[in-house]
Design a protein around this ligand. Structure first.
Ligand SMILES: Nc1ncnc2c1ncn2[C@@H]1O[C@H](COP(=O)(O)OP(=O)(O)OP(=O)(O)O)[C@@H](O)[C@H]1O
Ligand SMILES: [Mg+2]
Length: 282
């Protein structure tokens, strides 16, 4: 049988539970305060992000007109003084034009990056195969010119998402696969398909091109990051393509993107998409 608590013991227990109640109240208050502070910080961050975004947009937009001026005057110089220009003079004009092209490309890409979050489209269901075919059609000339064999898996599923943005994902991945297929690749090949991994549909774009070292896997998704191996390939780039792809997959579709690659063997870029009905909170 249990011993009945004495009066002192009961009093002690009451005191302890009062102390516990005060402790709990204080902890709750501290939590509430932290929550408030966090919310304020998040709001500040969102505002700063928006501001930065609109600066990028404005600056890139405003830089377009000086480029037009540069091009115009390079053209005028050639036209009016072309006969008297020495070989060196003509070479310098070419350097100016090339630099202007580079700035133009950079502006286009920066505008693209800042636009990615602007034009939201309603999500809907559509066949993944359609997306692949449309993207490949637009890239046909480049694929032919490099003699690349493209293999599209049959029976591709219907997917759920924003068609325009997902077209962009595929476009960027395919352009990379083509661009980095390797100048001396004896049998250039690209595969597009889907496979099941841990009960989830995983889409992929695979190439047998120059490949990427493991240490660079994270780096290539960061803005303006191009590997030295890429700079030796034909075709230019700003290092924005994969930043856009990652943003679309993760931020706009709640999916994941990663790669498996080995230098000299090729790369496979994988991505997942959230199923319809599971995309809340995006
Ligand atoms: N399929 C690939 N094979 C090998 N390297 C790749 C592949 N895709 C991307 N890379 C590497 O990752 C870098 C970043 O790719 P990303 O698409 O972001 O930029 P980019 O292709 O250089 O320029 P752009 O802004 O025109 O897309 C590339 O410069 C290249 O070094
Ligand atoms: Mg690219």
């Amino acid at each position: 049988m249990q011993k009945k608590p004495t009066y002192e013991e009961l009093e002690q227990r009451v005191k302890e539970s009062e102390k516990e109640a005060i402790r709990r109240k204080k902890a709750e208050e501290a939590l509430r305060k932290n929550e408030k502070r966090l919310k304020a910080l998040l709001a500040e961050l969102a505002a700063k992000n928006e501001e930065l975004d609109s600066i990028v947009y404005r600056v890139s937009h405003d830089l377009k007109s000086p480029i037009v001026t540069i091009d115009g005057f390079v053209g005028a110089l050639r036209e009016d003084f072309g006969d008297v220009l020495s070989e060196d003079g003509e070479k310098y004009l070419r350097y100016i034009s090339d630099a202007a092209r580079k700035i133009e490309l950079l502006i286009k890409d920066l505008l693209d990056l800042s636009r990615i979050d602007r034009l939201t489209q309603k999500k809907r269901e559509f066949p993944f195969a359609r997306l692949v075919k449309d993207a490949l059609e637009a890239l046909q000339l480049q694929i032919k010119a490099r003699g690349i064999v493209v293999n599209i898996q049959e029976d591709l599923p219907v997917i759920y998402g924003e068609k325009r943005r997902l077209a962009r994902v595929l476009d960027n991945l395919l352009i990379n696969a083509i661009k980095y297929i390797g100048k001396e690749n004896p049998s250039p090949r690209i595969d597009v398909g889907v496979e099941e991994q841990d009960g989830q549909k995983v889409f992929f774009v695979r190439d047998n091109g120059i490949g990427i070292e493991k240490k660079d896997f994270d780096k290539i998704f960061q803005v303006f990051q191009r590997l030295s191996s890429a700079k030796k390939q034909v075709g230019e780039g700003t290092g924005i393509g994969l930043t856009i792809v990652k943003r679309i997959i993760e931020h706009h579709h709640g999916g994941k993107i990663w790669l498996v690659s080995e230098p000299g063997k090729g790369s496979t870029f994988y991505f997942t998409l959230k199923k319809r009905g599971l995309e809340h909170g995006l």
